[in-house]
Design a protein around this ligand. Sequence first.
Ligand code: ADP
Ligand code: ZN
Ligand code: ZN
Length: 843
Amino acid sequence: MSRHPVRTRRSISESWLSPVTVNVVLPIPVDRAYTYRLPDAMADAAQLGARVLVPLRNRHLTGVIVEEGPPADTLDFAVKDVVDVLDDVPACTNELLDLTKWIADYYVCTWGEALKAALPSGTTVESQRELRRTDAEPGDWANHSVGRRILDDLAERPGTTLSAMRKRLGPAVPLALVRRMAADGVLDVDTTLSDDQVTAKTATHLRFAPAFQRKDAPAELIEQLRGEKQQAVIRALAGFREAGTPEPRQADVVEHTDAAYSTIRSLVDKGMIEKVEKEVLRSPLDDLPAPDPPPNHDLLPAQQDALDAVTTSVDAHNYGTFLLHGITGSGKTEVYIRALKAVREQGRTGIILVPEIALTPQTVQRFRSHFGDRIAVLHSQMNRGERYDAWRRLRTGDAPIAVGPRSAVLAPLENLGLIVVDEEHESSYKQFDPAPRYHARDVAVMRAHRNDAVCILGSATPSLESTMNARWGKYERLALPERVPDADGEAAALPEVTVLDLTLQRKKHQLDGALADPLRDAIRTRAERGEQTILLQNRRGYAPVLECEDCGWAPECGACSVTLTLHRDGGRGRLHCHYCGHTTGTPQQCPDCGGHDISQIGTGTQRVEEELASVAPDATVLRMDRDTTSRKGGHHRILQQFRQGADVLLGTQMIAKGLDFGQVTLVGVVDADVGLLFPDFRAEERTFQLLTQVAGRAGRADLPGEVILQTRNPDHPAIRHATAHDHEGFVEDELPTRRQFNYPPFGHVATVEFRGPKEQRVERLAETWTDQLRRDAGPVTVMGPEPAFIQRVKKQHRFRTLLRVQGGSAHPLQTALRRTREAYGTPPNGYHVAIDVDAMGVL
Ligand code: ADP
Ligand code: ZN
Ligand code: ZN
């Protein structure tokens, strides 16, 4: 294993007198540090930011040394010893110690909770250390009581782990001692991951047997087979092959056909198909081809101006935040790449934040083509071992560039020069559970500020907060007003948008199902011409509600106060709760009145998929929603099939992200009103952003695009302005409402959510807390408590209180919340109080 030089810090013991103590922050919701004595043997090794194992009551916890403690002899309590120092190199840099402290203060959580977000998950991983004896003479260690035993043990068991050795020799084998022996050269320490975390997983895939791999073989086989399920499997396998996946996963085939595993086994026995074991895709990027060599464009004048503004700050080591406002395809990513190059030339490091890695493979590929293996990619579907590896490459400097979602803003990079937040308006940048409930964009700006670094916020539809921060001069706005022209010098025009008023369509008898006739015709024509369609329906499942036509009864989840969604997987219907995942069968009759007329109300992606089968029977339709992408690599598979030429990509909002497909000439929105139903102050903004983003997927210079948007609210400002691609217009329409209620960007909001098993106790907890908040409120408006929008989730009752304050500072909110939390203390066991500063929604 290679070792990388890491900037070392002074040991704690050098700086003050023995006996040495340290203050340690623990990952628990108690807002204080605990003091421990550092045994002499560990004093050399312990540094600020290092993880330590310490006793708390009757358990051992991993904490982080955040500061030097008071001299032990001044303490009036019996101070306990640190059990072990876990890090050779402090896990947490000084900068991250300070930044996490700021996060804890701003988002009103504990420092321990904030630190936990900055450290690799799975704190047991790092204690997997392999030890080996070297050829060096034992020297004084032969006389050292513990050292002697360690050397003897290693002679018998080379390559043993520290934890295994502790089981044999007892816990009195401190890492610090091992490290001193390593420094003397008598043994080698290798930090590795334990095997069970990194072994490859395999999955069963299916393919046609060699004798039947001809294109016309499936038809022959189907003729030979009598079982419908068996025929379906053959048909599905042929379909997957046509879509570019000749060896699909068995699980996918089963899901597609509803066939039993025994059906597949009998086809294998007949020698028609065969099974292959394949390694499970580790990362969505692993099987992407090596990226193309980077193109070297001359920048367009607008790009050059933007880059010049950024590099002026970079060269001067000045802080600056830039709002790069440009529609999809206007060349923003190109500007990020050049800015990162400028930063790397100074030997500084960079972070690129994207909303979701699995949905933005093209962006990641472009960075890889320029920066190669200097990049560590972080993503939500990594396992613990992969996550730890990536974290370590960043911490040691082996990878000076981090690309990832929200949590990558806390990447352990030193000497930071640039943070890019792509699609800065995305709400996935805000963490909800658990604490710290931070907004990665705002942390990015703060982190850049503290490092004299540059922050670039990019978007086609900047948030109202960033738009106003630019107007108020806190950020510098840089505009890329046009799409990049193609090789012939032609820029793609923005697509033509047609609004279909569904009420009118129904009157004209042009609406039978979810898709009105003009949209049906457009999809059919595209499929015939070999052009592609993207179809947005931001609701998954088949039908959102079932209802008894006689009495109005609708099935609800037993654990949550929501109605159940009907899902149809391969013909059978099942009811799903979208909040807790619980599923049950569909009722044959109404349990209240015994009626048999139970109707399916509303439209989910599965229902649209079914309708498409009759609209364009020959078209290949890919469905992308949480149900088809929950498995690792799911997004990737679907996107690849679309790139290989499927006709229609149908899905929820996940299809609106960073896709860039040249053959898409039609974007359809099945129901533009879905997001407007939520009684939340950001509902309009989200709808505007989603519609604008998805509309931007259509067309290029030589293949003009069209957008067809179905709505019952054609005059709603969010829909009107999205139709006109008019961000400015939307902002002007929306600002007065925000100003009137002191909502962001004119004020700050926070929510406090109270959760627990007994409704009355939750309500009482909420009332006591809120009364105290009112006493501490100062200039803050406190509203509530009220039952939350969804009153019960997973058998937990929920109440919430809303706080609002006018002006640019969240400080009064934070003060009130902190005081109340201190006054109230910890809620009773099983009850939770979740504080969310700058909450994205107030439901
Ligand atoms: P955005 O990030 O705003 O969507 P991109 O940076 O991805 O825009 O640019 C869109 C396309 O135009 C990409 O294929 C990119 O390689 C290309 N491109 C960007 N800048 C230039 C340029 N100056 N000259 C030629 N092609 C460019
Ligand atoms: Zn009924
Ligand atoms: Zn539920």
